[in-house]
Design a protein around this ligand. Structure first.
Ligand SMILES: CC(C)(COP(=O)(O)OP(=O)(O)OC[C@H]1O[C@@H](n2cnc3c(N)ncnc32)[C@H](O)[C@@H]1OP(=O)(O)O)[C@@H](O)C(=O)NCCC(=O)NCCS
Length: 474
C-alpha cells in the first residue's frame, strides 16, 4: 500500500472494523448455501437456458470477476470483496483488475504516480467548460468528456499487435446456473460450445501491453477529474487541480469540494470506489464490450458504458433511491407507502438484482457505513432519510424478501453514504462511473485479446409477403 493510503487506513480503523464485521455476518449467513454448479472445471459444451434480457446467456469467459448470486459473493481476480475493502485501496484494486495480480510496492508506486499524472486533463476540461453544462445531465457531460479524452491516447494510434497464448476458459459464472427461471412463458435452451479460435490477425494487443493499460489508466483518472469538474462548473465554480499528497479517492473529493477531506471521508469514498469497480456482465459492461468488439475505440466503449449506466434500472437507481425516500418522507409513512406501491406493482428502487438471490455483499458493507457516517456527520435530513431507509428495508424483507428473494442492492445505501458526505444527488451516478471504469476497461482489454464481434440474433415474429401500397392509396 502507498504511504498516503497507509495513513488513510491507520486513521480509519473503525471503518475497517465495520467491514470485517459485515464479512463475518455474510459468512455466517451464507456458509450453508450450496455451491452453484459450473464453478470448477468446465465441461464443454455447456447447456444453459436463456431468458428475456439474455438472462442466463454466456457472453464470454473471464478471469476478472465472479458474482455468486446464491451465496452473495463478489470476487475480483480471485480476491473476496470484503478483504479488498478492509485491506486494499481503489488504486490497488484497479491495478489488480487490469493486470490480474496484486502489485508489489514498486509496481504500485509507479501505478499510483502515473494515475495521479493522468488526473491532469486540461485540454479536455477546457473543452468541457465550453459545454452548456447547466443544461446537461452530469452523465451526459461525463459521456462527452470520455469521448473528448480521446484526443490524447488511443489504441488506434498504437497498432503493434502481438500474439499471445490462449488462456484457459473459465465460464463467466455470474449468471449461471440460473437461480431463477427466466421470466415470461417462452425461453430457449442453448448449448454453448468452446470454439478453439486463433487470435485474429487484426486483434489488438494483449492485456499485458503497457500502452493499452495506459489508455485504461488515462480513463480511470480522467473520469474522476471530469466528474469533479462537472460538479464544480455546474455550481459556477472553476475546476481545480489535484493535490499530489492525496489518494485517488481523496483527490476525487478534493477536486469536487476544494477542501481536503477528513481521513474518514477519504476512506469511505475509497471503499465505495472499490465496491463499484466491477460486477460481472452487467448492462454497462456488456454495452462497453459490444462497442469494443466492433474494434471501435476504448474511449467510445467507455462512453457506451456511461450511457448504459445512466438508466434508472442500473446505476441511475442510487439517485432514484433518495427521491423515493424523500417521497416517503419519514419512517412512520413507510407501511402506507409500501402497501400502495405494492398494489400498484411499483418497483422499489435499490432492491432486487438479476444475479443476487441473497443479500448483496456491497449493501452489507454500505448499510453499516451509511449508519456510521450519518450518525457522525449527517444532517437532520440525512438522518431522516436513513431511518426511513432502514424501516423500508425491514418491510421489504418481510414481504418481497420472503416471496421473491429481493434484498437491497448496492444502490440502496450508496446514495445515503454520499448524502451524509454532502455530495449532491445528481453526482451519485457519475461517481458510480468513476469507479466502474476500471472494470469496464479491464474487461475490454481481456475481451479484445480474443475479440469476436458481438452479434446475437433476434427471433423474427413479424409477417412476410406484405405488398407495398403507394402513399396516396394508404
Ligand atoms: C435490478 C432489476 C432491474 C433486475 O431485474 P430482473 O432481473 O429483470 O428482475 P425481474 O424484473 O424479472 O423481476 C422478477 C420479479 O421480482 C419483482 N421485482 C424485481 N425487482 C423489484 C423491485 N425493486 N421492487 C419490487 N419488485 C421487484 C418483479 O416485479 C418480478 O415480479 P413477478 O415475478 O411477480 O413479475 C430489478 O430488480 C429492478 O428493477 N430493481 C430496481 C432498480 C434497481 O435498484 N436497480 C439497481 C440494480 S443494481
Amino acid at each position: 500500500m502507498s504511504k498516503i493510503c497507509e495513513r488513510m487506513h491507520a486513521e480509519t480503523e473503525d471503518i475497517t472494523k465495520i467491514i470485517l464485521q459485515a464479512a463475518e455476518k455474510a459468512r455466517a449467513e451464507t456458509s450453508s448455501e450450496p455451491e452453484p454448479g459450473l464453478t470448477g472445471k468446465i465441461k464443454w459444451p455447456i447447456e444453459c437456458t436463456v431468458g428475456p434480457g439474455l438472462e442466463g446467456a454466456i457472453a464470454c469467459s473471464t478471469k476478472i470477476g465472479y458474482v455468486n448470486g446464491a451465496k452473495g459473493w463478489l470476487i475480483y481476480q480471485g480476491y473476496d470483496i470484503f478483504d479488498l475493502c478492509a485491506h486494499s485501496t481503489f488504486e490497488e484494486v484497479s491495478y489488480l483488475l487490469l493486470h490480474g495480480h496484486l502489485p508489489n510496492k514498486e509496481q504500485l508506486d509507479e501505478f499510483c504516480a502515473k494515475l495521479r499524472s493522468f488526473l491532469h486533463i486540461p485540454h479536455t476540461l477546457r473543452t468541457v467548460m465550453n459545454l452548456p453544462l447547466e443544461q446537461l445531465n452530469p452523465m451526459a457531460a461525463l459521456r462527452f468528456g470520455a469521448n473528448l479524452m480521446r484526443q490524447r491516447l488511443t489504441w488506434r494510434d498504437n497498432e503493434s499487435a502481438r500474439p499471445s497464448p490462449e488462456s484457459a476458459i473459465y465460464t463467466d459464472e455470474d449468471s449461471i446456473p440460473m437461480e431463477t427461471k427466466p421470466m415470461g412463458e417462452e425461453h430457449a435452451i442453448y448449448e454453448f460450445r468452446k470454439k478453439k479460435r486463433q487470435r485474429p490477425k487484426d486483434a489488438r494487443k494483449n492485456a499485458d501491453d503497457a500502452s493499452d493499460i495506459e489508455s485504461c489508466m488515462h480513463l480511470i483518472a480522467g473520469m474522476s477529474s471530469l466528474t469533479a469538474a462537472i460538479k464544480r462548473i455546474r455550481e459556477d465554480r472553476l475546476p481545480i487541480e489535484p493535490d499530489p499528497t492525496l489518494s485517488h479517492a481523496g483527490n476525487l473529493l478534493y477536486m469536487m469540494s476544494g477542501k481536503r477531506p477528513s481521513p474518514e471521508e477519504e476512506r469511505l469514498m475509497d471503499v465505495s470506489l472499490i465496491l463499484h469497480a466491477d460486477h460481472g456482465m452487467n448492462a454497462s459492461t456488456f454495452a462497453a464490450l459490444v462497442v469494443a468488439s466492433t474494434m471501435s475505440d476504448i474511449y467510445f466503449s467507455v462512453g457506451a458504458g456511461i450511457a448504459a449506466l445512466n438508466g434508472p434500472l442500473h446505476g441511475g437507481a442510487n439517485e432514484q433511491v433518495i427521491k423515493l425516500l424523500e417521497e416517503i418522507g419519514s419512517p412512520k409513512n413507510v407501511d402506507v407507502w409500501f402497501d400502495k406501491a405494492a398494489s400498484e406493482k411499483r418497483r422499489v428502487m435499490g432492491f432486487g438484482h438479476r444475479v443476487y438471490k441473497a443479500y448483496d455483499p456491497r449493501a452489507r458493507i454500505l448499510g453499516p457505513l451509511a449508519d456510521y457516517v450519518t450518525s457522525k456527520s449527517g444532517s437532520k435530513r440525512a438522518k431522516t432519510l436513513l431511518a426511513t431507509a432502514k424501516k423500508l428495508e425491514k418491510k421489504v424483507a418481510t414481504t418481497l424478501g420472503k416471496e421473491k428473494k429481493i434484498f437491497p442492492n448496492v444502490d440502496y445505501y450508496s446514495g445515503l453514504v454520499y448524502e451524509s458526505m454532502g455530495i449532491p444527488q445528481d453526482i451519485f451516478t457519475p461517481l458510480f462511473a468513476v469507479s466502474r471504469v476500471s472494470g469496464w476497461t479491464a474487461r475490454i482489454l481481456e475481451y479484445i485479446a480474443y475479440n469476436r464481434i458481438f452479434r446475437p440474433r433476434a427471433l423474427y415474429v413479424g409477417e412476410f409477403d406484405k405488398k407495398y401500397v403507394a402513399l396516396n392509396k394508404r
